[in-house]
Design a protein around this ligand. Structure first.
Ligand code: PHE
Length: 357
């Protein structure tokens, strides 16, 4: 019995893992284990022998069982220690620096403009950037051979031979949204429509893609005076400059009559663009009273309804407000430019010109 005891205690002490420990348990105290078999022999012994051997065998079984569980616990602790030693994480290390992006001036200014017009009761409408020539031109009183089509440097969509869908263009202005909105909603209405527009043009103040915001207000008695008030109210709120100088010039658009263009006073000195001073003017919008033919094309009766429309260059007013001298840089995706002119996510536009925080 002493041999048995020594054999198993040594083996248990030397077991390398839980599997070999389990094998030892089966060999020693399992149903057909060595100790269990010895216990069965008790039956063949005389009562005297049994009285001596019985307790000894029981004690041996207990001793092996507790050696097994002690070893099992020790193996578990060792495994945990090993895992803890390999799977550590230094929570005191500094984080990996990650630059936060900025909000592009065009997005910021679009939000600012939207907030100001929303306060005057204008809702936001949208339309597609690829338009049929009917929405972009005909419905706006620009028939096929009208010189305005050529003036606009239009990008036409490629067409396969035999494609008999109407010609499509990249919209040259946001004015087609006027037509779509009135077709769907009728009059009265008061909307602005911000979005991308396209013309083949490229210099310091022109890029082939740029942004406009269209305005449209139709009701029974809307006049040119309302147009002027709305625009002046807008400029005062947007630029936050007392007595900012604007210039309303009589102009011509096929889709408005009468028409006016608006310029804002500015100066360009040593590559710096400044607003509200100097003797340069930057044209920022076209406007006028919606032409009766345009109302008719959109399904609105010009005998009953009238109103104004305007189309403003978002990029232009962003350049003026934030002193950004070259429009082309807006679309270069130069990170240094974006960090310099971009806005933080918490600089929320508000009614009074724009930016807080
Ligand atoms: N669509 C004109 C342009 O892009 C602007 C405009 C809009 C003028 C609405 C008058 C009325 O130049």
């Amino acid at each position: 019995m002493d041999d048995l005891r020594q054999k198993y205690l040594d083996a248990i002490a030397g077991a390398a893992d839980e599997n070999s420990l389990e094998d030892l348990r089966v060999q020693a105290v399992g149903k057909k284990g060595e100790v269990s078999l010895k216990m069965r022999e008790l039956g063949k012994m005389t009562p005297e022998e049994r009285q001596v051997a019985g307790p000894k065998l029981n004690a041996l079984k207990d001793e092996i069982s507790s050696a097994l569980s002690a070893k099992k616990a020790a193996l578990g602790d060792a495994a945990l220690d090993a895992r803890l030693a390999t799977e550590w994480l230094d929570v005191t290390l500094p984080g990996r620096p990650r630059r936060t992006g900025t909000i592009h001036p065009v997005s910021q200014v679009t939000e600012e403009v939207t907030a100001i017009f929303a306060d005057m009761g204008f809702a936001v409408a949208e339309g597609p950037q690829i338009e049929s020539d009917w929405y972009n031109f005909d419905a706006l009183n620009i028939p096929s051979h009208h010189p305005a089509r050529a003036e606009m440097d239009t990008f036409y969509m490629h067409r396969e031979d035999g494609d008999n869908r109407p010609p499509h263009v990249l919209r040259t202005h946001t004015s087609p949204v006027q037509i779509r909105h009135m077709q769907d909603n009728g009059a009265p209405c008061r909307i602005i429509a911000p979005g991308r527009v396209y013309r083949a043009d490229y210099d310091q103040t022109h890029t082939p893609m740029f942004h406009q915001i269209e305005g449209l207000a139709i009701d029974k008695d809307i006049s040119m005076a309302n147009l002027k008030w709305v625009l002046e109210e807008f400029f005062a709120a947007f630029f936050e400059i007392d007595g900012i100088k604007t210039r309303f010039r009589a102009s011509h658009f096929p889709f408005t009559e009468p028409s006016a263009e608006v310029d804002i006073q500015c100066s360009w000195v040593d590559g710096q663009l400044k607003i509200g001073e100097g003797d340069d003017w930057m044209e920022v919008l076209g406007s006028g009273m919606v032409h009766p033919k345009v109302l008719t094309a959109a399904g609105v009766d010009p005998e009953e309804w009238q109103g104004f429309a305007f189309g403003m260059g978002i990029d232009r007013i962003a350049m003026l407000k934030y002193g950004i001298p070259d429009l082309r840089a807006f679309f270069d995706s130069d990170l240094r430019w974006l960090r310099h002119y971009g806005f933080g996510a918490l600089q929320q536009p508000n009614l009074h010109g724009g930016v807080s925080g």
